[in-house]
Design a protein around this ligand. Structure first.
Ligand code: HEM
Ligand SMILES: [Ca+2]
Length: 334
């Protein structure tokens, strides 16, 4: 039958008494890792870390244990992989907090990602499954897609881990709260959209704009021209937004916060238990803070409009969006 709610000593309510221990840990993550609950660099990086950890997995086996925290425990190995450039910042920030909490590495990495993401207004409240065993071994190299990879290679890597092209685009909603430190090392903290602190659909719009400039030291591997000063555009995002296999999934997100958050939530729920026996995990999603909602209508950045779009999806009309007033913005680093 239906489980009755459990009242924890901390005063919180949850569906399962095993989850009670997590509420104080969530508080500790917020204080010690996320500057008291911010959607800042640590929150963004915690989400990226969860991806790089979990995608070390193949349906056919032999590519790592998936969402097991191996990236934290076997960081000496996994951080040498090219695709994990810049990840050392967040693993060294997380490690001391991890050592204080009595959680497995996998539970730690994936709880931190859920809590960090919840700090971003507009984000869905991600699922959290509790009880991952300790990781057994590092993931091998070449499981994490790179911005220099072709669409074919990216989609086949996602398919190998169990994700459809539509789910791959849903996961890329994460780039709405993302910035690059190492794509161009002369401009660390360069955001992928103009609202890096908000889990909105802005990134899906801005990646469809015609690019014209490099924000830093010219062209870097994996980087293509961006529409805005101070904004970074990945070659992979550019290509996925225009490729016939994914362009309509990409465009459908532009003006649909509800679609983006529900598809992202579903794909993340899959990602965060890759390689795990879910029958042995307890659903502790009710320890994840409830994110602030985002209800504003997104807009073209100032000076941009429909005429600046590069659209390849023939099946969908493009929504009518207003343009922010004023001169073209320069996006500040985070
Ligand atoms: C085609 C697949 C993907 C590619 C090629 C890719 C590539 C990148 C690159 C190059 C960066 C910047 C790293 C740096 O210079 O510091 C980045 C940042 C980021 N990525 Fe991805 N990514 C992909 C998919 C994902 C997915 C599926 C997620 C999460 C579910 C994710 C979450 C993030 C986040 C949150 C950041 C920002 C980290 C921060 O601001 O500290 N990415 N990604
Ligand atoms: Ca955003």
């Amino acid at each position: 039958g239906l489980a009755r709610p459990v009242f924890c000593p901390s005063g919180h309510v949850t569906a399962n008494s095993a989850c009670c221990a997590l509420f104080p840990m969530v508080d500790k993550l917020q204080t010690d890792l996320f500057d008291g609950g911010e959607c800042g660099e640590e929150a963004h990086s915690a989400l990226r870390l969860a991806f790089h950890d979990a995608i070390g997995f193949s349906l056919r086996g032999g590519k790592g244990g998936g969402a097991d925290g191996s990236i934290l425990i076997f960081n000496k190995t996994e951080l040498t992989f090219h695709a994990n450039g810049g990840i050392d910042d967040i693993t060294s920030r997380q490690f001391p907090v991890f050592q204080e909490l009595k959680l497995s590495a996998g539970d730690f990495v994936h709880l931190a990602a859920a809590v960090g993401t919840a700090n971003c207004p507009g984000a869905p409240r991600l699922q959290f499954m509790f009880g991952r065993p300790a990781p057994k071994a590092p993931a091998p190299d070449l499981t994490v897609p790179e911005p220099t990879d072709s669409v074919t290679s990216i989609l086949s890597r996602f398919a190998d881990a169990g994700f459809s092209p539509r789910e791959a685009i849903a996961l890329l909603s994460s780039h709405t709260i993302a910035a690059a430190d190492v794509v161009d090392v002369t401009i660390p903290g360069t955001p992928f959209d103009s609202t890096v602190g908000t889990f909105d659909t802005q990134v899906f719009l801005e990646v469809l704009l015609k690019g014209s400039l490099f924000p830093g030291n010219g062209s870097q591997p994996g980087e293509v021209v961006s529409p805005l000063h101070g904004e970074m555009r990945l070659q992979s995002d550019f290509a996925l937004a225009r490729d016939p296999r994914t362009a309509c999934f990409w465009q459908a997100m532009v003006d649909d916060q509800q679609r983006m958050t529900s598809e992202f939530k579903a794909a993340m729920a899959k990602l965060q238990v890759l390689g795990q026996d879910t029958r042995k995990l307890v659903d502790c999603s009710d320890v994840v803070p409830v994110p602030k909602t985002f209800t504003k209508q997104i807009k073209f950045p100032a000076t941009f409009s429909k005429k600046d779009l590069q659209l390849t999806c023939k099946d969908l009309p493009f929504p009518n969006l207003a343009t922010v007033a004023g001169p073209a913005p320069t996006i500040p680093p985070v």
